[in-house]
Every structure is written in C-alpha cells, then in structure tokens.
Design a protein around this ligand. Structure first.
Ligand code: HEM
Length: 402
C-alpha cells in the first residue's frame, strides 16, 4: 500500500480507532508493584484513576477566576531554577510553586554529576533518540495524540514542537537541576499546563467525540509518555549494541526519575531500576500503542516541519530512517509511507552508521551512507529539539478552536 492510500485508509471513518474500541482506560487491573519504585512502597492505587491532586484544583480555580493570563505573564520572567518567584503572584500559586520546585529527598547529586560524562559519551544518541524515536512515538500513543490534537497547541504544531523541545533542551543541559539551570522551572510550568489541559479538554466537543471519555493525563498516562522517552532511548541503545557503562545508564535513569517527580508523577509509580522500568513499560506502554486519525495527521505535520529544512528533499530518507528506528508496526500506525529505494538502504546502512559513531571502524572505511545518515539525523534533531530559543511554557485558557 503506498503512503497516500495508507493514510486515506486511516483517515476514513474515524480512523482505525474504531477497531480499537473506545479510547477509554479499561484494561487489566494494575499489577506493577510499588516495591520496584523509587518510593519502595505505595498504597497501590491504580494510576489510571489518579491525576495531580495539588496542581489540578489550583489551575481549575485560576481558569474559573480568570487569573491564568496574569499568572502566565508574571511567570514569563521566572526562568532559572534558583530564581525567586516574581512579585504579584496569587498566594495559592506561590504556595504551590514553592513546594513543587523542591527536588525530591532521594536526589543523588553524584549521579547528576555523572551526567556530564554521559552527555559527552552518549549525548549524540540520547538527543537523536529523543527526536526521532520518542518524538515520533507520541502520535502512536492514542490518548496522547488525541489530547495533543484537540488541545490549543494542536492547532500550531510548530509552536508546540518548539515548546516541547524546550524541556528536551533543558534536561540535556549539564546544569539541568542546578540553580542556574532551567529544568525545574520547565517541569513545574509543564505540571501547570497539564493541569489546565485536564480541566479544559473534557469541555471540548471534538475530544469528547473521540471517545476518550476519562479525564486525560492520569498518572498512568504520564508513565506511558515517560517510557516513550528514557525507556525507549535505552531500548534502542541496547538493540543497537551501543555500549553504555552501568554508572552511565544509572545516571541517565536518575535524571528522568527526578524529571518524573518534578512533573508531578508520584514516587510510587516511578521505577527504581531499569529492570523495573522495563516491566512497567511492558505493562503500560507497549499494549496501548496504536493508530488514530489524529496521530497520522500530527505525524504528517511533524514530518513536514522537519523536512522543510531542506525544502523537502530529505523527506524520503527521513521516512526510511524513522521507519527503521521505530519499526514497521509503529511506522504503519503513524502513516509513514514505505520508501522502496531508501528502506533497504537504511536497513543495511544503519549498523555501519552505528559503527562510525562508536568509532568501531577506521574512518577511511566508513561507507558514504553512514555519513548521509549522520547528516540527516543531525538536521532532524536540530529541528525536533529546537535551538533553545527563548520561548515560554504557558497554561492554555481554551482548547483547539473547532
Ligand atoms: C504540554 C511534556 C505527558 C498532553 C506539555 C508541555 C511539555 C510536555 C514540555 C508544554 C509544551 C506546550 O505547552 O505545548 C510532557 C512530558 C510528559 C507529558 C515530559 C511525560 C513524561 C503528557 C501526556 C499527555 C500530554 C500523558 C496526554 C495524554 C499534553 C498537552 C499539552 C502538553 C495536551 C498542552 C498543549 C497545549 O498547550 O495545547 N507536555 N508531557 N502530556 N502535554 Fe505533555
């Protein structure tokens, strides 16, 4: 099936979503044990029915009393972790942020320090995978794709990519959680945005028609998306046999454990080890992935934005690369066309590219395709992870206009 007809099939009649049934949150009982979490224990509440009990009522109240634009404006000047909050914030917002900005007591500074070495050694792979693996997985996570599509940001994907990539840029900084870094600020702001989305989306008629039903962005969904980031990156690093010292993979996990906490995920749901993460991902991420009409449209927009860097010339190669990285099944779900020329070339060339990057072959013997893949991945990553432009993460006050 060529790309266009595949896309049409997905677009027809509400997409393949119908085959999936309603996008509710039914499923087997929650079975992941909190003994594998950073908390070590927990009440065992099913995270599909837990949201953010501190941020949600606060932001609902801000929306109802019309304070969101004022708070967004004031928070534009709050950009560094160590910076004092601006004057004039409503006391309930100030109280929430002062608490939410505190790093968890289990923060291990030495692991964060190790990230300097990790970034030096494996930063290329980590960044590339955030962009071309994690970034293109979200359209294949139905509840996330639908939430993104019908929220305000869904109407302007360029802006949304820039904002989401801001968090990617912030977590990549060597001082992410230091007073001069920005990751705490971006995480807390994102927590506020998610709380706004939980209040607003259920009011959207289109979102309701999508069959989503349940209030979005539960703790379970947060973990689904979390796994599309670090767990997916680690899975690929393992698949491609890229060596990573145990201390390095531990540090990378720790970076994301803290991110999860700062984004409002409860400690009892955050995996303590990679083994626990893998078990949880098999339970929460793998079974929920699939196609939606909205995910196909979002992919098309993302691919267009990325391949516009060279006037669309690299689009076929990019399609092939993203298919290779994410696999045929995901590629099908997000509506990526097959590339009869490039698909086999990339399949054959990718291990050589890994060898080039890992310096496993002497340079003169590196084939041309490996360099081509290198160049195109760099370009795509630059677009997907942004260039750290000054942009602020702000609470929406409405959904996507119909
Ligand atoms: C907004 C990251 C989980 C849906 C954002 C933003 C960031 C972000 C950085 C701000 C950018 C913007 O305003 O566009 C994350 C991370 C997650 C996560 C790191 C988990 C680890 C989720 C989940 C959903 C979701 C599970 C839905 C099921 C949204 C929506 C917006 C948003 C709808 C608002 C877009 C708008 O302004 O309309 N997220 N997110 N996110 N996120 Fe998430």
């Amino acid at each position: 099936m060529d790309g266009l007809s595949r896309r049409n099939v997905l677009l027809a009649g509400g997409g393949a979503l119908g085959a999936f049934g309603a996008l509710g949150v039914a499923g087997p009982a929650w079975a992941w044990s909190a003994s594998g979490s950073v908390a070590g224990s927990g009440a065992g509440a099913d995270p599909r029915w837990v949201w953010d009990e501190e941020a949600d009522p606060l932001v609902a109240s801000l929306l109802e009393r019309g304070d969101v634009p004022k708070v967004n404006k004031l928070l534009r000047t709050w950009t560094r972790n160590g910076q004092a909050l601006p004057d004039g914030l409503p006391p309930d917002v100030r109280g929430f942020i002062e608490k939410a900005r505190r790093l968890p007591p289990w923060t291990d500074r030495s692991k964060l320090d190790t990230m300097v070495e990790v970034t030096r050694a494996k930063g290329f792979w980590i960044n590339t995978l955030y962009g071309v693996a994690s970034g293109l997985m979200s359209p294949a996570i139905p509840r996330e794709a639908i939430a993104v599509y019908y929220s305000k940001g869904g109407a302007d994907m360029k802006d949304r990519i820039a904002k989401t990539s801001l968090l990617g840029a912030d977590i990549t900084q060597l001082n992410a959680y230091e007073p001069e870094g920005r990751m705490i600020v971006s995480s807390v702001k994102t927590r506020l945005v998610h709380a706004a989305v939980r209040h607003l989306l259920p009011q959207s008629p289109q979102w309701a028609q999508s069959g989503s039903g349940q209030i979005p962005i539960s703790q379970n969904e947060m973990m689904v998306t979390w796994h599309s980031l670090p767990t997916t990156v680690m899975r690929k690093i393992r698949d491609w046999k890229i060596t990573m010292a145990p201390a390095h993979s531990d540090a990378f996990l720790h970076l994301w454990q803290i991110a999860g906490h700062m984004l409002g995920i409860r400690d009892e749901y955050i995996p303590a080890t990679w083994a626990a993460a893998e078990t949880q991902a098999q339970q929460v991420l793998d079974p929920v992935m699939g196609p939606t009409r909205e995910g196909v449209e979002l992919t098309e927009l993302i691919m267009k934005i990325v391949s516009d860097v060279d006037g669309g010339l690299s689009r076929p190669l990019l399609n092939a690369l993203i298919r290779y990285v994410n696999g045929d099944e995901v590629a099908g779900w997000i509506g990526l066309p097959r590339e009869p020329f490039w698909d086999p070339v990339v399949r054959d060339g990718f291990p050589r590219f890994v060898a080039l990057r890992e310096k496993l072959v002497p340079l003169p013997l590196v084939p041309r395709i490996a360099w081509t893949i290198d160049e195109i991945l760099r370009k795509a990553t630059l677009v997907l992870l942004g260039s750290g432009r000054p942009i602020s993460i702000e609470m929406p006050t409405a959904n996507r206009p119909s």
